[in-house]
Ligand binder design. Structure first.
Ligand SMILES: [Zn+2]
Length: 394
């Protein structure tokens, strides 16, 4: 294994690769660190660029000691769709849609969950626990079923029924919490500490989950023939997906495969946008959001009790030269319709937010027509079909 330690992103404290969630010294976020010198020596860049077949083909850059512990349902390796009709309407020369809706449980969360559940197995846990706004619940429960692990999930009471059904059908114990995602987060944290269950909550809490997210960067690099996008637009709740894609490109640069990193764009909904607010106001620290209200439930994370997660995301957005932007529910609904009618993709509300953000970025002159741009389409529209049936008619 080329992974060597868990490293605190705030103070640099290093820990062994075990079931840790926060820095014992300062409480900061932990990040998996690798021996990049050895990886660079051992991989052939041309061979790396030619790899296909999903998350685990990049095993050197994943934190698993024994590959017999891999729990896979065929996650990753998703299509990079060249936009034709939508890009023309938007006036953009080269737009690509990373279609994460075709992952086994219908969202990008299968990448982080495949890694986290494989780690649970490797650590010898019998039970996992997590907080979720729905997609991670659907995903974790499927991977836990495949691994033969018990799965307990806390979800907020506004979670789409389709996603809860996915978790229930895979045999998970789903507990509905009154309140927001942050209340679910706290409940899962308390239980995990009390009972010693492996917490796979995929904010930045479980450091192994982000390692699955970052494989999107390797696939973009491959499918763009080694080119680096000018912009990658990502719907964000706490933002580990954005951080993961950024880390993936940062690693490609560390390995000498690319010379630059894309500028990262984080998109939230107007009704819950703590990260955007901090970015726009030029603040370094993110503050929790009060009373989230949006149809984009998968990115409605008020960050109450773990605002450092949002701060981490804002820092990465700034460091990459990107920006954060929020969109109204109506703009998101228009984006769902546009993706469906011009590109043949049915995305859930949160997933289409990347298209709404692109429109805004173009209107405001932040993104230019010749900029190579990638939008992540994170989850399938059938996951929120009940709401869609009401909101998308006409
Ligand atoms: Zn620390």
């Amino acid at each position: 294994m080329y992974a060597v330690s868990l490293r605190c992103v705030r103070c640099g404290f290093e820990l062994p690769l075990e079931a840790f969630y926060r820095c014992p010294d300062c409480g900061g976020i932990l990040d998996v660190k690798y021996d990049y010198g050895s990886i660079e020596r051992d991989i052939d860049p041309d061979e790396f660029l030619s790899r296909g077949g999903g998350v685990w083909v990049y095993w050197e850059l994943l934190p698993l000691a024994d590959r017999s512990n891999i729990i896979s349902l065929g996650e990753g390796g998703t299509p990079l769709q060249r936009s034709t009709r939508l890009s023309k309407r938007l006036g953009l020369r080269e737009l690509y849609l990373k279609n994460e809706t075709v992952n086994p449980s219908g969202s990008f969360k299968d990448r982080p969950m495949s890694v986290a559940i494989s780690k649970a197995l490797e650590f010898g846990f019998k039970r996992i626990i997590l907080a979720s706004s729905g997609n991670a619940a659907a995903s974790a429960s499927a991977y836990a079923a495949k691994a033969g692990l018990e799965c307990v999930i806390y979800v907020p009471d506004g979670t789409p029924r389709e996603k809860v059904l996915q978790a229930v059908i895979h045999g998970a114990e789903v507990k509905v919490v009154k309140g927001t995602y942050s209340e679910a987060f706290e409940s899962a944290l308390i239980d995990s500490e009390r009972f010693g269950w492996f917490n796979v909550t995929s904010t930045y809490l479980n450091p192994y989950t982000l390692e699955g997210d970052k494989t999107i960067a390797y696939e973009l690099y491959r499918d763009l023939g080694g080119r680096v996008p000018r912009w990658v637009i990502v719907p964000v709740g706490a933002g580990p997906l954005l951080a993961g894609v950024w880390k993936g490109f940062w690693e490609l640069m560390s390995l000498g495969l690319v010379n630059e990193i894309p500028s990262m764009v984080g998109v939230q909904a107007d009704g819950c946008s703590p990260i955007v607010r901090a970015f726009v106001e030029g603040r370094n620290e993110v503050e929790a959001w009060v009373n989230p209200k949006t149809i984009a439930s998968a990115i409605a994370d008020p960050l109450k009790g773990y605002t450092q997660d949002g701060t981490r995301t804002v820092n990465i957005i700034r460091e990459s030269g990107g920006f954060a932007v929020s969109c109204s529910d109506n703009e998101i609904i228009d984006a769902v319709k546009a993706l469906a009618r011009y590109e043949g993709l049915f995305a859930e509300f949160s997933a289409a937010a990347s298209i709404a953000a692109l429109s805004k970025g173009l209107e405001e002159g932040l993104i230019e027509r010749d900029d190579l741009t990638v939008c992540l389409i994170t989850g399938h529209g059938l996951k929120t079909v009940e709401m869609a049936a009401e909101l998308l008619k006409g």
